[in-house]
Ligand binder design. Structure first.
Ligand SMILES: [Cu+2]
Length: 250
């Protein structure tokens, strides 16, 4: 669970305007900023609407102001100045939000950010209807095991049709396309098990095309990785798994 404090905008590991951290943290911050501004704008709009409704209420004909007659511009609008102020303010907020979000997404989508710091590189191969994870030592598995707090760079491809590899809880999603490779990255900052699944309709068993992503303590991970030796074990029950070799990543 992401702590409430992370809802606050611009609260990240890095300094400056563009948030840094794991994908989950960065997307949480984008969500936090949009939520905060949405609530703020909503409060101003609803508050002003209520104020105007009260001020200009029907007071049994005894108005403190001159109500506009049909076909006349309201006299209280200060020559449209209010309109210009509110319009400019909205434009500034929207344009800043677009630029900030764009800058943030540039950071998130740039996998060199992750690969700079000793990332674990794993190949992901989608095939109807399973995922195969290939580790640097050649070990293949249908479960993705990664150490906590270490960036993981995924190189994703497909051995048959279009798939999309995604882990919602880690905010990871990228296409798996035959003959091509797409890169993405994530950091698991807590141990636990997440579900990876396919997000592109790829056939009859698409809904069952899932895999486990296990974030382990670094020591446990190292011990487990030492036992893997270029073998296709680890409880792999999928007969389609060897397809990973049939169409190696270029
Ligand atoms: Cu699929």
């Amino acid at each position: 669970m992401v702590g409430y404090v992370r809802l606050l905008p611009l609260h990240g590991k890095g300094s400056g305007l563009i948030p840094r951290g794991t994908r989950a943290e960065v997307f949480q911050q984008i969500f936090g900023v949009f939520l905060l501004l949405g609530v703020l704008v909503g409060a101003v709009v609803i508050g002003y609407a209520c104020y105007a409704a009260y001020k200009y209420r029907d007071g049994n004909g005894s108005h403190e102001f001159a109500p506009p007659a049909l076909g006349e511009l309201p006299s209280e609008s200060e020559g449209g100045r209010k309109l210009i102020y509110s319009f400019s303010l909205s434009a500034i907020i929207v344009v800043s939000l677009v630029l900030w979000t764009y800058g943030t997404l540039l950071y998130v989508e740039d996998d060199s950010t992750a690969t700079r710091e000793n990332a674990l590189e794993v190949k992901v191969v989608g095939s109807q209807f399973s995922w195969t994870f290939v580790y640097p030592n050649g070990h293949e598995s249908d479960t993705l095991r990664v150490p906590r707090d270490r960036p993981v760079k995924l190189t994703v491809t497909s051995s048959d049709v279009f798939h999309t590899f995604g882990v919602p809880e880690l905010r990871v999603k990228t296409d798996a396309i035959p003959g091509q490779r797409t890169d993405t990255w994530f950091v698991g900052d807590e141990t636990g098990t997440h579900e990876a699944r396919c997000f592109e309709l790829c056939g009859a068993a698409h809904s069952y095309m899932t895999a486990e992503v296990v974030v382990m303590e670094p020591d446990e991970y190292r011990a487990w990785y030492a036992t893997t030796n270029n073998s296709t074990t680890d409880g792999n029950a999928n007969s389609t798994a060897p397809a990973a070799n049939a169409n190696p990543i270029p």
